[in-house]
Design a binder for this molecule. Structure first.
Ligand code: NAD
Ligand code: GLY
Length: 393
């Protein structure tokens, strides 16, 4: 069964199709490909799995496609790799009417979208997300871009796709840690604006971890509905009120992006950074007196059950403050955090006393207990401080 939602942006509205086997459904793509040509951007992991299937589907309706295959990894989400896309498009004489199709996770989607926004000053763009994270978040809403050595997603554009096609069958080949990373963004929607969904996740997390098709489709559709509503109301994140608009989607991201770039892109998955970052945001919300210890524990418990880290790496307080100073929500030099008033309601807040922030930064990193264990889930050793690569030096 396929579900279709709409991102309501007037003339630029577009459908999100979610369901099993959609990569075989040429009719879903054909309407968006008026010419007989497309370019497909993918990577060395996803292309061997799904490129041929997609190319065959396109061929069945008379569309030829040029593949552009990039190296795989967050560490390649940069200007050099972006240039490889432009090189291939130019070498193959792709035109203004040649759509770019992103086939992959959020890294491919974000980079392809930015290439589509800028190549020949803008070409049509289609998202075919193949990770849970991309199906519930990054493929929807038009944020595109690349990382800069000094900060995550710092270069980019708002550029909406014409179609999002989420084939849930592609999740069958996704590694467990990548599925968990996607769950971090799913849990986010419950925390920021959808308490009944948070409660549903508490009841049904086991089914999602077991990749139950129906449960996954429900969670993806509910996540996309939440995201579509937020994006339709504040497409370019300009709503500066405390009630927050699109900025609310960044719960856990101010801390999470600092973890990602501080640890060296690719060492912590985006969703892992978001998970540990969300616990930091919950801790800070408690220190402000907004939520109770039981709410923090409930939040931590759901992330832990999803197999996500809830303890942040010890970058050092000053390093965190430095990295967070580069957050896109900073206004007039002031950090603005997405914090929880309660489970199911987040706000954007710019008046956090530095002392409380420092307390959170100290409390949420690993500390050794007398028995030699740490108190909560840490990321496996390979991603711990031992693997720290400081790109700022
Ligand atoms: P990713 O794109 O790196 O994909 C994760 C890994 O899974 C990669 O190794 C990829 O090759 C592999 N993979 C993808 N699909 C697969 C499949 N079906 N089977 C097997 N392996 C598969 O990471 P991600 O978690 O999808 O996305 C993270 C990125 O998304 C970050 O760069 C983040 O900044 C960005 N993001 C953007 C937005 C947005 O609104 N634009 C929102 C959230 C996150
Ligand atoms: N993932 C944050 C946003 O789309 O705004």
């Amino acid at each position: 069964m396929m579900q279709t939602l709409t991102v309501g942006l007037g003339e630029r509205s577009y459908p999100i199709h979610i369901g099993s086997g959609l990569l075989d459904h040429a009719e879903l793509l054909k309407d968006h490909l008026p010419r007989q040509r497309a370019a497909i951007v993918s990577n060395t992991t996803v292309a061997p799995l799904y490129l041929e299937k997609l190319q065959n589907t396109l061929r069945s309706v008379g569309i030829s496609s040029t593949p552009v295959i990039l190296p795989d990894g967050e560490e390649y989400k940069n200007a050099d790799t972006l240039n490889l896309i432009y090189d291939a498009l130019l070498a193959n004489r792709c035109e203004r009417t040649t759509p770019l199709i992103a086939l992959g996770g959020g890294v491919i989607g974000d980079m392809t979208g930015y290439a589509a926004a800028t190549y020949l000053r803008g070409v049509p763009f289609i998202q075919i997300p193949t990770t849970l994270l991309a199906q519930v978040d990054s493929s929807v809403g038009g944020k595109t871009g690349i990382n800069h050595p000094l900060g995550k997603n710092m270069i980019g554009a708002f550029y909406q796709p014409q179609l999002v096609l989420a084939d849930t069958d592609t999740l069958n080949t996704l590694p467990d840690n990548e599925l968990a990373a996607g769950l971090a963004e799913v849990i986010k929607y419950g925390l920021i604006r959808d308490l009944p969904f948070f409660e549903w996740l508490e009841q049904n997390l086991g089914k999602l971890l077991a990749r139950d098709t129906e449960a996954l489709q429900y969670a993806i559709a509910r996540s996309c509905r939440n995201k579509a509503e937020v994006v339709a109301a504040d497409e370019c994140e300009r709503d500066g009120r405390e009630s927050g608009g699109r900025a609310l989607l960044n719960l856990g991201h101010t801390f999470g992006h600092a973890i990602e770039s501080g640890m060296g892109y690719g060492n912590w998955l985006h969703g892992e950074g978001v998970a540990a970052g969300t616990i930091m945001a919950a801790d800070l919300s408690q220190r402000l007196g907004w939520i109770g210890a039981q709410d923090v524990a409930r939040t931590r418990n759901l992330f832990e059950r999803a197999g996500l880290p809830t303890v942040a790496p010890d970058l050092g307080t000053e390093k965190y403050l430095d990295l967070m100073g580069l957050d896109k929500k900073v206004e007039g030099g002031k950090l603005r955090f997405v914090l929880l008033k309660e489970i199911g309601r987040a706000v954007v807040y710019g008046e956090v006393p530095e002392g409380l922030l420092r307390q959170t930064l100290q409390a949420c990193v690993p500390f050794d207990q007398a028995d030699g264990t740490t108190s909560h889930s840490t990321k496996p050793a390979s991603g711990q401080v031992a693997g720290y690569q400081d790109r700022h030096d």
